[in-house]
Write a protein that binds this ligand. Structure first.
Ligand code: ADP
Ligand code: MG
Length: 587
């Protein structure tokens, strides 16, 4: 059913299940037994009708009835046992899948998380494993029932009156053909499109919600979120096309499964052509009861087919994460000597991009130097900073820290050397204490407090109910963007790495926060190599050296005075900046 491509999903599930594979098999066997047990009462029913029609011993009816009830209860119990087995196995598979995904995710280059979007990854880890769990826990048992029942039913249908059975099977056969057509080729593709559309809408919706402040502030209309609208429109079109595609087979299927009674009437006329006998009444009554069961079985097959396609899609998505190249850890890890940073012809192109985001950048940053990167948006500043901490590996050239290529430094060592505060640094839903201590898991409370003090966070702590042990995001304790930023700075202070990278770290801070954030940075960058990326040129004026980026290249460098006298891009940016700043003062 539905296997348009050769994809052995049971093998994949088996790999995740390990020893629990046997439990899945046991569950399926029990489900099969339960299906057979459910069918036997129909034979008893036939005997009951026969006894009644022929006016035979009514005591017999009681016996048949008790056997039936007993079998049905028995079947239910066996089915529960089957579900128990498949559920235990399903939970195990889900747990194994999640942990192997998470183990993989930890080894991935950090850059993956903005390239592919954390939203997408989260969806795969949550939803794909949940789909797999549902499939194993419920669908597998149902599928066995759906396979066993029609066979048993066929036996029951043809055993008593083959002619009537044959006529009653006509709608079932046509219905089955319609079903096969629906499940046929293109369906797996459609399911993939459906999941893709959901994924896109979910990540665009997040973007949209994040952008609401901009919409409100600048009085833009919702139409400025073109991509969001486009993906909703795309989904709408998909849904319409899909519905239209299924219109005829679905109508056929529904007509057939609902037409069974019409065929029973035809069959009744057929077999009673020359006078009605007791045996005919018995058969007609029996067929009225049993034939609809075939359609129920067909519907079950349809659903389990759909859920199987969902599963295949889910497994493939999980595989896609497993297929991302992890960051290669050098086996011969070399310890860097010193903190000098040297970029040699560094080039980087994002996957599937048409041009380099960073092109042939060569420069050296001396230990203890304070440098700044400025340039128009999209000029490659963030990319360059991310390359230095190996969010990605360069596509050309090399980056050396302390004379050693970053690829040859173990990631633990590299993280010891560098700390970074990015614009959207987030806090996790734990206490402030634990959030800060993430930088240095063995730090004492006194050390954490010291770091918070240096990062100018004491005013935040004072107003929280449980001080540094207040859990962020709980009981309405939310911190503003600027406040969160100061906490992440405290994290960097505690880490005390010799190299510090700040990417537009003050861009979102309000004036009150900005002054504090600035003070925190000054404290933080004492005796350290500082690499700063900033919008506000006022914050970079004092840097020892400023690198001006444009179109992925470093086009100018020097200190503020030198760059102003060069009368180039920096001068132009500075003039515009001062104009804007003055305009603000005037207003
Ligand atoms: P800046 O920080 O100077 O604004 P970035 O380094 O963010 O610039 O971006 C440099 C270029 O790389 C831009 O053209 C941008 O569109 C592109 N870029 C940035 N991030 C990605 C990404 N995850 N995938 C593809 N292209 C990207
Ligand atoms: Mg940037």
């Amino acid at each position: 059913m539905g296997k348009t491509e050769k994809y052995d999903h049971m093998k994949v599930i088996g790999e995740y299940a390990g020893g629990y594979k046997k439990l899945i098999t046991l569950g399926r066997c029990l489900a099969g037994i339960s299906a057979i047990m459910t069918l036997i009462p129909y034979y008893e029913l036939w005997k009951i009708i026969r006894t009644a029609v022929n006016g035979e011993n009514t005591n017999q009816i009681k016996t048949y009835a008790f056997i039936s009830v007993g079998l049905i209860i028995g079947a239910l119990l066996v089915y529960i046992a089957a579900l128990l087995c498949t559920h235990i196995a399903a939970f195990r598979v889900q747990a194994n899948m999640r942990s192997s995904l998470m183990r993989r995710i930890i080894t991935l280059p950090l850059g993956v998380f903005d390239e592919d979007g954390t939203g997408k990854i989260r969806r795969i880890v949550n939803d794909s494993t949940a789909a797999t769990e549902t499939f194993i826990a419920h669908t597998l048992a149902d599928k066995t029932v759906a396979a066993v029942t029609p066979v048993g039913l066929l036996v029951l249908v043809f055993a008593f009156n083959p002619v009537m059975g044959l006529i009653c099977m006509i709608p079932a056969v046509i219905g089955f053909c319609c079903l096969m057509k629906m499940m046929g080729k293109g369906m797996q593709e459609k399911m993939k499109e459906y999941q893709d559309a959901l994924e896109n809408m979910s990540s665009e919706a997040t973007e949209y919600v994040r952008g609401v402040p901009v919409v409100k502030t600048f009085g833009q209309t919702v139409h400025s979120f073109k991509r969001f609208k486009e993906c909703i429109d795309g989904y709408c079109k998909w849904a319409t096309d899909y519905t239209l595609m299924l219109r005829f087979p679905m109508a056929g299927f529904m007509t057939c499964i609902n037409a069974v009674f019409a065929f029973i009437v035809i069959a009744a006329f057929w077999v009673t052509g020359d006078g009605i006998a007791n045996a005919d009444i018995l058969n007609i009554m029996y067929y009225i009861i049993i034939t609809p069961l075939i359609t129920i079985a067909l519907t079950k097959i349809a659903y389990s087919g759909e859920s199987e396609m969902n599963l295949i899609d889910a497994l493939k998505r999980a595989e896609k994460i497993m297929d991302i190249e992890p960051l290669n850890e050098s086996r011969t890890a070399v310890n860097p000597s010193g903190n000098e940073i040297e970029l040699k012809n560094v080039t980087y192109r994002y996957k599937d991009a048409v041009r380099d985001a960073v092109k042939n950048v060569s420069l050296t940053i001396k230990p203890g130097e304070h440098v700044a990167f400025v340039g128009p948006s999209g000029s490659g500043k963030t990319t360059l900073a991310e390359l230095m901490v190996r969010f990605f590996d360069v596509t050309g050239g090399s980056i050396l820290i302390g004379g050693v290529d970053v690829k040859d430094i173990s990631s633990a060592k590299l993280m010891e050397k560098v700390s970074f505060v990015f614009q959207d640094s987030r806090l996790i839903k734990k206490s402030i204490f634990e959030n800060v201590r993430m930088a240095k898991p063995d730090a004492s409370e006194a050390q954490v407090l010291e770091a918070l003090k240096k990062a100018q966070c004491m005013d935040i702590i004072e107003k929280l109910p449980d001080g540094i042990h207040t859990v962020i995001g709980e009981k309405g304790t939310y911190l503003s963007g600027g406040e969160q930023q100061r906490i992440t700075i405290a994290r960097a202070v505690l880490k005390d790495a010799p190299i510090l990278i700040l990417d537009e770290a003050t861009a979102f801070a309000d004036p009150d926060n900005e002054a504090k954030v600035q003070a925190a940075f000054e404290e933080l960058s004492k005796n350290k190599t500082l690499i700063m990326i900033a919008h506000r040129l006022s914050t970079v004026m004092n840097a020892d050296r400023i690198f001006v980026m444009e179109g992925g290249k470093c086009v100018e460098s020097g200190n503020h005075e030198e760059l102003i006298s060069k009368n180039g891009l920096y001068k132009k940016m500075f003039d515009e900046y001062t104009k804007a700043a003055m305009w603000k003062v005037g207003a």
